[in-house]
Design a protein around this ligand. Structure first.
Ligand SMILES: [Zn+2]
Length: 307
């Protein structure tokens, strides 16, 4: 069953909710990157967060990146979403693994991500420069880090829950999450009621694994609130790489390096870091790219000459 994302609001318009199922999305990431339970949980949670926040973007040209740079064994974790919530991502050490945590028998995501580091959110809104916000990691558990980011960097009080449940054979059994945002004008008593709800809330994966729909999960989680679903959409793991985009990656390494590759290896093979698709560039094409860089540099020099 394809993953879905819903956008909802309480009937008084004070609280906005984004919620999604993500089993297929995280399973696809696991399959592509050969993830362990630890990296499935860390990258999975990051993908879910990116998808939920990305779904909020306005136009088709927009994209949103969640990037976590912690000091744990997983290394950097990156997830990129389009404005529908279709995501792609990777982590630096996909095979990193840790024993389950003693105290709660759960996957040690904060141990894998690290407690010291930063969470960055990069929004490409089609302007000249992307918008970049950054906050220090709070716990490395990711949902808390997203909540802290939204509070400090965007001044949006929110609640975030992200979950990935890994089966015995390491496939993804359930995954999903939600972000609940308090809109301007929310009453104090509603905040109190929301806090009470959150204290009693079951884990997202527990609800989804029990077969609940997103609507049922929200109804149970937000007892007492009247919720109206505004829209829903299918989401999933989707890469946007192409031969043309890979040319850009190769050109960025510069003429000297490209010439060395062309002469020594006779060809270049570039794997997409998001989906592992391989792009091959034969010698002729490498020389074409070198020529293209040189033409661009000449043009730049001409412009400088005029100035
Ligand atoms: Zn790709």
């Amino acid at each position: 069953m394809a993953d879905r994302i819903i956008r909802a609001i309480t009937c008084d318009g004070a609280i906005k909710i984004l919620a999604m199922t993500a089993r297929e999305t995280v399973e696809e990431a696991r399959r592509i990157h050969d993830l362990t339970p630890l990296t499935s949980a860390a990258l999975g949670r990051t993908l879910i967060a990116a998808s939920l926040l990305g779904n909020d973007l306005k136009s088709d040209e927009n994209s949103l990146t969640v990037r976590i740079d912690g000091d744990g064994p997983i290394g950097s974790v990156v997830a990129v979403s389009d404005n529908y919530g279709y995501v792609r991502g990777y982590c630096r050490n996909p095979h990193a693994d840790l024993p389950v945590r003693e105290k709660d028998r759960k996957i040690d995501v904060s141990g894998g991500v690290g407690k010291a580091g930063t969470l960055s959110i990069i929004k490409d809104l089609g302007m000249k420069e992307p918008y970049i916000g950054q906050t220090p990691l709070m716990s490395g558990e990711i949902a808390e880090d997203i909540t802290a980011y939204l509070a400090t960097s965007e001044q949006i009080p929110s609640v975030c829950a992200l979950g990935v449940l890994v089966d015995r054979d390491w496939t993804i059994k359930a995954a999903g999450g939600y972000i609940i945002q308090l809109l301007p004008g929310v009453y104090d008593d509603e905040i109190d009621r929301l806090e009470e709800c959150m204290k009693k809330a079951r884990a997202v994966t527990e609800c989804l694994d029990a077969g609940m729909t997103l609507e049922e999960m929200l109804a149970e989680t937000l007892t007492g609130f009247e919720i109206e679903v505004l829209d829903e959409a299918e989401v999933g793991y989707r890469c946007t790489c192409s031969h043309e985009r890979t040319c850009g990656v190769l050109m960025a390494i510069g003429t000297d390096e490209l010439r060395t590759i062309a002469e020594e290896d006779g060809r270049a093979e570039v794997a997409c870091q998001f989906c592992d698709k391989k792009y091959v560039f034969e010698k002729d094409e490498l020389y074409e790219l070198i020529r293209e860089i040189e033409i661009r540099n000449e043009k730049k020099d001409e412009v400088r000459g005029v100035v």
